[in-house]
Design a binder for this molecule. Structure first.
Ligand code: ADP
Ligand code: MG
Length: 256
């Protein structure tokens, strides 16, 4: 069952918050070099699923595999948690997350934001990290903002800084949670352009997005989540061009 050609793979995942079952048996994987988009209405469980991938959330049932290696759990289905802190760290540092609200540290410069985790969490050499941090800032088009503070940047620039920060961890995969939702339409495009470049480079990505054009343009595979279950999935052309499920058709016409 283990598939080492996937960075992350989830089988039959169940997740509840108290009595609310948010994920009801979900299967999803991020194949190496592939882009998978996750779409669905607000509250369908997209963010929860992404957070389960890098073990920011506990779950009750199901398997999570990182490069074919199953997450080890401690306890039973009602109160299980990851058993091996080293494994958790390895998985979390290899799945860098980019959030809707950027989550940059406001008291640090952009360069310090990008350098922080590689230096303090991974223990990498500061001078080397500084060099690659600069390179990633140039790559996302804000090489001139290294010494600025987040508040001095536009939303689009802040989100690109957050992407540079994620890249500087040299992760196996990038997880995006609605990376363009907080941005004005004209700033959205500069972030979309960066994500498209990353897709073209063959980065492994799992992208939660409300932007159907982005999902159609960059994805190899699109998953439509409805109330904690996968309602339909497939290649973007097929899924957007000939949706089978009534719910997906309704969702797509509402987002036009
Ligand atoms: P989406 O990202 O698709 O909008 P979420 O994964 O954020 O959906 O949320 C799915 C459901 O889980 C929603 O009903 C939401 O209210 C609930 N939920 C999310 N986080 C929590 C939490 N920390 N505690 C309780 N309920 C939560
Ligand atoms: Mg969400």
């Amino acid at each position: 069952m283990a598939d080492t050609s996937s960075v992350i793979e989830i089988h039959d995942l169940h997740k509840r918050y108290g009595s609310l079952e948010v994920l009801k048996g979900v299967d999803i994987s991020a194949p190496v070099g592939g882009v998978v988009s996750l779409i669905g209405s607000s509250g369908s469980g997209k963010s929860t699923l992404l957070r389960c991938c890098n073990l920011l959330e506990d779950s009750q049932q199901g398997e999570i595999l990182f490069k074919g290696e199953p997450v080890q759990w401690h306890g039973d289905g009602l109160s299980r948690r990851p058993a091996d802190p080293k494994q958790v760290l390895r998985i979390r540092t290899n799945l860098s997350m980019v959030f809707q609200q950027f989550n940059l540290w406001s008291h640090m410069t952009i360069l310090q934001n990008v350098m922080e985790a590689p230096v303090t969490v991974l223990g990498r050499d500061r001078a080397e990290v500084e060099q690659s941090a600069h390179a990633y800032l140039v790559k996302v088009g804000i090489g001139d903002k290294a010494n600025a503070f987040p508040a001095q940047l536009s939303g689009g620039q802040q989100q690109r800084a957050a992407i540079a920060r994620a890249l500087c961890m040299e992760p196996e995969a990038l997880l995006f949670d609605e990376p363009t939702s907080a941005l004005d339409p004209e700033l959205e495009q500069e972030v979309v352009r960066v994500i498209k470049d990353l897709a073209r480079e063959g980065r492994t990505m799992l992208i939660v997005t409300h932007d159907m054009k982005l999902a159609a343009d960059v994805s190899d595979h699109v998953v439509f989540l409805h109330q904690g279950l996968i309602e339909e999935e497939g290649a973007p052309d097929r899924l957007f061009g000939a949706p089978k499920s009534e719910r997906l058709r309704g969702f797509l016409s509402a987002t036009q």
